[in-house]
Design a protein around this ligand. Structure first.
Ligand SMILES: [Zn+2]
Length: 261
């Protein structure tokens, strides 16, 4: 795809990407530039001098094509998202008082949005600051309720989202756990790679762990430790809008790669 601004080509030939088109369109809207995408010639035409240039039908067609492709990618897939902790259980607490349960929920809600945009049906074990079982449920009841929700929904994937924590504040990095079955290992490996790449965190790898939510779920299941809330820098990452969005985007990318769509 080439980009032409005011009649001059920008150097280079970029791969057509939906993200790039949407970014360009948003920039143009913000700055009142005229923009249209010539799908046939794969050229984005930008007119920075003429803000009144109406968007031509071509860009709408291109948009529809892009949206259609996007919508179909996870059609028919049911994905269960499990934001760790919640309600009476704050999870780990960072040095500035931020709570794991808030970070996991924020990331999961962003991830839900991205997965739904791709056509998936998303089932949440909780979508508010609440327990999954009932108020003041025990840790055991909580875990059982979360597994039950995923199994009842006959989800295709189960993704549990957590923040790591350690007694020393120097521990850092991202880890994704699986229970050793082939599909879960594959999912964990892909999600882990996307997360470490995008967040720039230390890659602690995709690892085996005998965790309740991984053992008793009937579908490929992973538990993501996005980063360490006990480390001040990673605590900022986990509580920032960008950090949360990047985490959600990475997990979504890993899921798309898993389904090869
Ligand atoms: Zn946790």
């Amino acid at each position: 795809m080439r980009i032409m601004i005011d009649g001059r080509y920008l150097p280079g030939n970029t791969r057509v990407s939906r993200d790039l088109l949407i970014t360009l369109r948003n920039i143009a809207r913000t700055l009142n530039w005229g923009i249209r995408y010539d799908a046939q010639r794969e050229i984005v035409l930008i007119n920075s001098k003429n803000s009144s240039l109406p968007p031509l039908p071509v860009i709408n067609q291109a948009d529809d094509r892009i949206e259609d492709t996007e919508n179909a990618r996870l059609a028919g897939k049911v994905i269960c998202l499990d934001p760790g902790h919640g309600g009476s259980d704050p999870g780990a607490i960072g040095s500035t008082g931020t709570m794991e349960k808030d970070n996991t929920l924020a990331i999961a809600l962003l991830l839900r949005e991205k997965l739904e945009k791709n056509g998936a049906t998303v089932v949440m074990t909780r979508d508010a600051d609440s327990d999954a079982a009932h108020a003041d449920a025990s840790a055991g009841e909580e875990l059982a309720a979360r597994v039950e929700i995923a199994n009842q929904a006959e989800a295709d994937l189960f993704i549990s989202i957590h923040n790591d924590s350690f007694t020393s504040n120097t521990a850092v990095g991202t880890t994704t756990f699986h229970y050793g079955d082939k599909e879960s290992v594959k999912l964990a490996t892909l999600v882990q790679r996307c997360l470490a790449d995008k967040l720039g965190t230390k890659n602690r790898g995709a690892r085996f762990a005998s965790l309740y939510v991984l053992r008793y779920t009937d579908m490929p299941a992973i538990l993501v430790e996005v980063a360490f809330i006990s480390n001040p820098v990673e605590e900022m990452l986990l509580t920032s809008v960008d950090g949360r969005d990047n985490a959600a985007e990475s997990i979504c990318d890993g899921i798309l790669k898993f389904f090869k769509v």
